[in-house]
Design a protein around this ligand. Structure first.
Ligand code: NAG
Ligand code: NAG
Length: 467
């Protein structure tokens, strides 16, 4: 056997191993990468046995849950933190452009593998879909297009209206949008949905098989912090990603009642560029509170709640525009420029408004923003009626768990968050369980693509020239 042939065998072996890895990685960590279910077939202590058993059940067995329209007993929500896709400009170096292009498919690969494996009922991207709030409409449209075709590949029926709108490449009519909102009474805002399974059908019932409901959460890079957010930001986000604040109630009036609340946490505190936005968000919270909803709440929002230094990687931090930081935009002086958490006061108010019944109906919070990920617990102190955060689960006391989902970005390992909700008949309430399924840093994914191409070439070469 010639040297070149032996070399090629090694190349092919590595290619196969890497490809098997990237296409079956969740089966290597079945505990983190599956819904929290009772089935015990994965409890074997031999990881290799687990791996093959898992693959077997994935393709021939019952690992993929079928039903995605009834949430009587089970909710399966897949959560992605901060994809933050970048853009290309004429001056961007060629390699950087290639990197951005490949990154879209790296993220898309994670979504595809996880979605096919686990058939979620809901998917949420927890804000910061894009990497910058300082982009024009055209670039916002172009990233949206990449987002719905490459990252979270949506069925054609879902993306046709989005792509139609984008293809016109007209600037968004934010003046009309602002006039419309300003002319409305706060009481006439509509944030409420019931039993939504599909955004594209008139009655929100499910039409397309196996398509989870996609939930969008606004991040500071999508619409800006409150010192940045303009009518233009809000108009285009609304046009392509829907409302920034809303709730959906499921199984209302039954013991299995629960609701999903999507909150725009960027527009809760100021000083804001457009103070109206803060008014809208607070009104949303008051309306939500007035529902006096009897059921569990899953809160999805971008900015984590206040916690003291050291509980998570990000500590409390607020920054305001000043003489130096406002650059040429003098009108921004003193406005809110950035924040790691909600302030202590806003945290108290929001938790009171959303989780006022959490003693009876357990709740859970998913956030993004800090990239590293973190889990903490909020419990209400019955002497001073304030919420306190701790890093360990409080004993003998009701609490609301907050999970800051580790970023999906390549640098952080391409994570998927899995929230399983199960209704316990015995205790007559929902139980929530969260796990984080990491993929691998993007370099390995890149390397797999490159080595696959090289071995294809060398093999063809050997075959053609009969070496
Ligand atoms: C967005 O894409 C369109 C069509 O490919 C292109 O004409 C336009 O220049 C792009 N916008 C930006 C800001 O690059
Ligand atoms: C959320 O985004 C997805 C993907 O971009 C889109 O298909 C869906 O329609 C959006 N949701 C709403 C309510 O607009």
């Amino acid at each position: 056997m010639s040297f070149i042939r032996s070399f090629n065998y090694i190349l092919i072996t590595i290619t196969i191993i890497l490809n098997v890895y990237i296409f079956t990685y969740p089966s290597l960590d079945t505990k983190q990468c599956s819904w929290n279910s009772k089935s015990t077939y994965l409890q074997n202590s031999n990881p290799l046995v687990n791996y093959f058993k898992d693959l077997y059940s994935l393709y021939f067995g019952n690992l993929v849950p079928e039903d995605i329209t009834s949430f009587e007993k089970e909710l399966r929500l897949m959560a992605f933190g901060d994809p933050q896709i970048k853009g290309n400009w004429p001056s961007t170096p060629y390699l950087k452009k290639l990197d951005t292009y490949g990154n879209d498919y790296y993220l898309g690969h994670i979504y595809k593998v996880m979605k096919n494996r686990l058939n979620p009922t809901h998917v949420v991207a927890l804000g910061d879909l894009f990497s910058s709030q300082w982009i024009g409409d055209s670039e916002f449209f172009n990233r949206t297009k990449r987002y719905v075709t490459r990252l979270y590949n949506q069925p054609e029926e879902h993306i046709v209206p989005i792509l139609d709108y984008i293809s016109k490449n007209e600037q968004v009519d934010w003046i009309e949008y602002s006039n419309d909102l300003k002319s409305k009474n706060l009481e006439d805002f509509n944030w409420e949905y019931q039993e939504v399974f599909d955004w594209t059908t008139a009655d929100y019932s499910k039409k397309f098989a196996k398509t989870p409901l996609f939930l969008n959460v606004s991040g500071n890079h999508d619409i800006g912090y409150s010192g940045d957010a303009t009518w233009q930001h809000m108009a285009r986000y609304n046009k392509l990603f829907g409302k920034d604040n809303f709730w959906i109630e499921y199984n209302k009036g039954t013991p299995q009642a629960f609701r999903i609340v999507v909150l725009n946490s960027l527009l809760l505190e100021g000083p804001a560029l457009q103070p109206e936005f803060l008014e809208y968000t607070w009104e949303f919270l008051y309306k939500l509170f007035e529902q006096r909803f009897k059921g569990s709440t899953i809160l999805l929002t971008h900015v984590p709640f206040y916690k003291k230094e050291g509980l998570c990687v990000d500590g409390p931090y607020h920054e305001y525009y000043n003489e130096e930081t406002m650059k040429s935009e003098h009108y921004k002086n003193n406005l809110l420029r950035s924040q790691n958490h909600l302030s202590q006061d806003v945290t108290q108010r929001v938790l009171n408004l959303i989780f006022d019944e959490s003693e009876k109906y357990p709740g859970i919070i998913l956030t993004g923003h800090d990239h590293e990920g973190c889990e903490s617990y909020y419990s209400l102190n019955n002497t001073d009626y304030s919420w306190y955060s701790t890093s360990s689960k409080p004993r003998n006391q009701p609490f609301v768990k907050e999970i800051t989902v580790r970023a999906m970005m390549g640098e952080y390992g391409g994570n998927t968050g899995l929230l399983t909700g199960k209704f316990s008949q015995a205790r007559n309430q929902w139980d929530f369980h969260f796990s984080l399924c990491p993929f691998i840093i993007q370099h390995v994914w890149w390397f797999t693509k490159i080595i696959s191409i090289i071995s294809l070439f060398t093999t063809s070469f050997i075959v053609i020239f009969n070496l």
